[in-house]
Design a protein around this ligand. Structure first.
Ligand code: COA
Length: 310
């Protein structure tokens, strides 16, 4: 039995904050942000939209795409570091709203690698035959833990949600291989006190190395080569980090998904948001090989090689 994506959706807040808007609030410039990060604008959720509201909307879209009813979901996994409150979990909150009465529910804390952790966990439950469908959501309202007086972090992040329904897909499709990892010794480089605290240079060095290595490892585990890759979906943290993984896989520009310029770093949401974008652009087709790779606070990382299609 192969687990794969049988439905996918996303939600992005309407409110756009451009680099020019940030120039008015802090000592920064559009030029600095663009050249260092590739970010041009990000979405920031209104005060009355919390993490679970975004998660719910993305989940609804994914379930519609999968054409399943809420009762068919066996497990809800929500990857987030910005829950509405420590408990009840975001997954329980959306379980109620969705009416997923047969689903167990739990949140996953693996920062920007959270969606990779969620998908791999879902795969275990689907392939063991335990649950027919697992709903995986990556969602963040990072704006509520951003220190708007710290220009070193405030320019990087955005809010949003992406969701996927994981279920059985046909032979040769679905998740072909994965790699997950963690290194708690690097926790000091990126963490939340009241707000996000980051040592940008250390995170950058780690990310460039890990994104490249995990992409190569996951392809090897799947028995594939660089030439087999149709689309690389890197965590959208910073264009220079994303470029490093693309170069490591020796892929042309058009084979790497880029949404960071529009949405900034949406942490656990960035990979599913980008998949939806590429589907809408017609750049992911059935039987395409996709490599997803993420890294984040913890430190954590994860990569998945997947053949697209039900
Ligand atoms: C944060 C990051 C963009 C900084 O880029 P960088 O090339 O390392 O920046 P530099 O160290 O060359 O420059 C830092 C300088 O810019 C200044 N600076 C920082 N933020 C700024 C901003 N928004 N606008 C203008 N100047 C800024 C700093 O004060 C510093 O000035 P100084 O040298 O006078 O002290 C980069 O380190 C990065 O992307 N790291 C990874 C972050 C990440 O992805 N985190 C999320 C992980 S999921």
């Amino acid at each position: 039995m192969n687990a794969g994506v049988v439905g996918i959706g996303r939600y992005l807040p309407e409110n756009i904050v451009t680099n020019a808007d940030l120039e008015k609030k802090m000592d920064t410039s559009d030029e600095w942000i663009r050249t260092r990060t590739g970010i041009e604008e990000r979405r920031i959720a209104d005060d009355d939209i919390d993490t679970s509201d975004m998660a719910y909307r993305a989940a609804k879209a994914a379930m519609k795409d999968a054409n399943i009813s809420p009762e068919e979901i066996g497990l809800i996994l929500v990857a987030t570091v910005t829950p509405d409150a420590p408990f009840p979990s975001v997954s329980c909150r959306i379980q109620e709203k969705l009416g997923a009465v047969n689903a167990a529910a739990m949140d996953i804390s693996a920062a920007c690698a959270g969606f990779m952790y969620g998908m791999v966990t879902a795969k275990q439950f689907v392939e063991s035959g335990t649950y027919k469908y697992v709903l995986v959501v990556g969602v963040e309202k990072l704006s509520k833990i951003t220190d708007w007086d710290d220009r070193g972090t405030a320019v990087l992040f955005g809010d949003g949600a992406g969701a996927a329904v994981i279920g059985q897909v046909s032979d040769n499709r679905g998740i072909l291989a994965f790699e997950l990892g963690a290194d708690g010794t690097g926790g000091k480089f990126l963490y939340q006190d009241e707000y996000i605290i980051m040592n940008g240079r250390e995170v950058f060095k780690f990310a460039v190395r890990q994104m490249g290595e995990s992409s190569v490892n996951v392809l090897a585990k799947a028995g594939l080569t660089k030439e087999d890759v149709d689309m690389l979906i890197p965590h959208q943290a910073n264009i220079r980090i994303m470029e490093a993984s693309r170069e490591r896989l020796e892929l042309p520009l058009e084979k790497m998904s880029k949404t960071v310029h529009k949405y900034g770093n949406t942490s656990a949401a960035s990979i599913p948001i980008s998949i939806v974008e590429e589907l809408e652009n017609g750049k992911i087709k059935d039987d395409d090989v996709i490599v997803m790779v993420g890294f984040g606070g913890g430190l954590t990382w994860g990569a998945i090689a997947l053949r697209w299609g039900k």
